[in-house]
Write a protein that binds this ligand. Sequence first.
Ligand code: NZQ
Ligand code: ZN
Length: 393
Amino acid sequence: MFGFTYFTPTKVVFGRKTEEQVGELVCREGATKVLVHFGGQSAIRSGLLSRITASLDAAGIEHKELGGVVPNPHLSKVREGIELGKEMKADFILAVGGGSVIDSAKAIAYALAEPEYDVWELFAHKRTAKGCLPVGTVLTIAAAGSEMSNSCVITNTETGEKRSYNDDIARPRFAIMNPELTTTLPDWQTESGCADIMMHTMERYFVNGGTMELTDSLAEALLRTVMHNAEILHHDPSNYDARAEVMWASSLAHNGLTGCGNDGGDFATHMLEHELGGMFDVTHGAGLAAIWGTWARYVMVDCLPRFVRYATNVMGVEAKASDEETAMAGIEAMEAFYRRIGMPTSLRELGVEPTEAQILKMAESCANACGGVKGSAKPLRCEDMAEIYRRAR
Ligand code: NZQ
Ligand code: ZN
């Protein structure tokens, strides 16, 4: 087991109608001028945005709204937010939406704290942030875990790069989580969200470094819980309890809890997916599901004990004649689960058919973003990454 720092400063306010507390929560942060950031039409259509602004009005808080954040959020929208934030002298950014809106809000918050710098420098890893305006969130989709994470992922459409920047100073001050808000989600987004939640824990589980029994057991319980409730939601999308289980899992899967004591995790599948997102604008969770099985087969023998444990404790596979067979049965069971909830298990099923030139470009870009090598289950280099894209077709 490795030593670790576990830092989760986010106040979680969970349950029905909790969004009505937003004005009071922002007030307690000492904020007076709030930039309210949201996505496309969903928050307007459901009436959520009106309820949020009414709560801010009742608390006497000045606010301006900026919508239009798209999935795989764009740097250009971040720049728009920076201009508005400067103009209104915002002292707090409130994200109403999912990972894309929250990440766009975090990027605006970084930029407003250090207006003399270009914010993309953070994502290009040319410098580290010295400050970040406070961010609060009203979560509308259980998926990315950005509501409690230190991570922020932005796409630069000019270069086709989707890049992340991680820093504890961007962890949101509060996260309002009302599972009812997620009942308006299209099934595809609910299911992609479940795939992403599971991956955040699986990235921390398939390691060759240190491990810790308590962390492993928490991770396994989380994975079983998400699988069970994803299947319920596939048939009964309005089931509140299933929505609640999945929503709480989204935060715990990516706030660091399921990585305590390990070596920092693998995260190669995420890095491979980010390139697919940058080039083909795919839904993040679905992109992960499409590539995971190929990644798993590619690295399995280098991380065999973890794959055997996963097969047994998470997928409920009975021991086979050899560890390899048990591990492979676990991978197949996972892919069968993806199919049952409508997730792709190949790039073709994802709707993407990259050419050899595109594969090489993604692999090079991925290797560059990782500093040449990525992964704990099996460290991957550029040629491994290209081979995984090829086999995932
Ligand atoms: O824009 P609207 O109209 O709101 O529609 C959104 C969007 O089309 C819709 N939606 C959200 N809540 C809804 C709803 N539709 C109906 N009812 C609701 N209640 O869902 C679509 C997807 O939203 P998005 O925010 O993109 O989803 P998600 O939370 O999956 O975020 C994905 C982004 O987060 C990044 C991903 O790479 C991707 O860019 N990630 C961020 C992480 C982090 N910051 O910690 C970690 C993750 O690994 C991930 O990389
Ligand atoms: Zn993810």
